[in-house]
Design a protein around this ligand. Structure first.
Ligand SMILES: C[S@@+](CC[C@H](N)C(=O)[O-])C[C@H]1O[C@@H](n2cnc3c(N)ncnc32)[C@H](O)[C@@H]1O
Length: 294
């Protein structure tokens, strides 16, 4: 059983299981963009839910079910971005390539000043698949996501390859390695959740792959980064989350609710003073504290 919350209808939150909600409440070919950032089967604790399947096979089989549902609800011109761990991504890649066109295999890279690996190379990226249903007809708003092209903008080089030499472009479409800092404790957007994705990451995805008024769906919403960024960018949103603790974050961030079942909803109160009385440093990576293996 799921519970539905909404404002005038532009932003909807479901408190429930992703597979159940997708299956029972979301019509076929009704969504323009999906961002799916599921539990990775690496043993994180998400409130009452432990991210640990009995075997990798069972994790992958569960994933194929919700991926199929996402494909069903996606419009023919729609786009889906899929995340999972580096170790599970090859399964996702092989599975979806028979059903969708994979346009990009994106690496979200971040520097980490937290707990460092000692006996192997530390993990500093998460993979993202960028897929569309129809590679001849899909949304990609090049001009919305341009970044600085260092050759033209910083080094001021001239391209002599044509008949008439001309300066290199100062802007370009980003490549498939994206550097965005992880959400840190001192950042305004920080919420208490072990796997919060940065708003900047979702901004690029939503700007590139949807238009104003489009519907963006996130089946595993966590801190509702997708919902809040969709709202800021004038898109509609549908967010699903199984854990009540995080649904409360969504009600506050996306729907602007002040109260839930008599409880006042407020953002995280941050302790900026360390035990020795000095101020906490910028860049403390709380996410690393939760990085426990399954
Ligand atoms: C990796 S986190 C998503 C983080 C999110 N992208 C953000 O920016 O905060 C995965 C989320 O899926 C939720 N979850 C786990 N199993 C679920 C299920 N079956 N249905 C819906 N949500 C689920 C977890 O509680 C967790 O918040």
């Amino acid at each position: 059983m799921s519970q539905k919350f909404h404002d005038r209808g532009d932003h909807i939150i479901y408190h429930g299981d992703a597979l159940d909600v997708l299956n029972s409440s979301i019509p076929t070919e009704s969504v323009d963009l999906i961002f799916a950032d599921p539990p990775y089967n690496i043993g994180k604790r998400f409130s009452q839910f432990e991210d640990c399947w009995p075997s990798e096979t069972e994790y992958v089989e569960w994933s194929y079910k919700w991926i199929d549902e996402c494909i069903r609800i996606l419009k023919p011109s729609g786009t889906i971005y899929l995340m999972t761990s580096t170790q599970a991504m090859p399964y996702f890649d092989l599975y979806v390539r028979s059903k969708l066109s994979i346009l990009s295999r994106i690496v979200w890279y971040y520097d980490s000043s937290g707990v460092q690996a000692k006996k192997h190379y530390g993990s500093l990226y998460e993979p993202i698949l960028h897929c569309v249903k129809d590679k001849k007809s899909y949304c990609f708003n090049t001009n919305e996501i341009l970044v600085e092209a260092k050759t033209g903008a910083k080094r001021n080089l001239i391209d002599y390859r044509g008949v008439v030499p001309k300066p290199y472009n100062t802007k370009k479409v980003p490549g498939n390695v994206w550097e965005f800092p992880r959400v840190r404790y001192r950042m305004d957007e920080y919420e208490k959740h072990p796997s919060q994705k940065p708003e900047a990451l979702l901004e690029r995805i939503i700007l590139a792959s949807s238009r104003k008024g489009d519907t963006v769906l996130d089946p595993f919403s966590g801190t509702f980064t997708t919902g809040i960024v969709s709202k800021k960018l004038g898109r509609k949103s549908i967010s699903i989350e199984s854990q009540e603790e995080y649904v409360k974050i969504g009600l506050r961030r996306v729907l602007g609710h002040k109260e839930y079942q008599g409880e006042h909803l407020s953002s995280v109160t941050k302790n900026t003073t360390m035990k020795n009385g000095r101020s906490a440093k910028h860049g403390v990576e709380m996410g690393d504290l939760f990085n426990v293996n399954c």
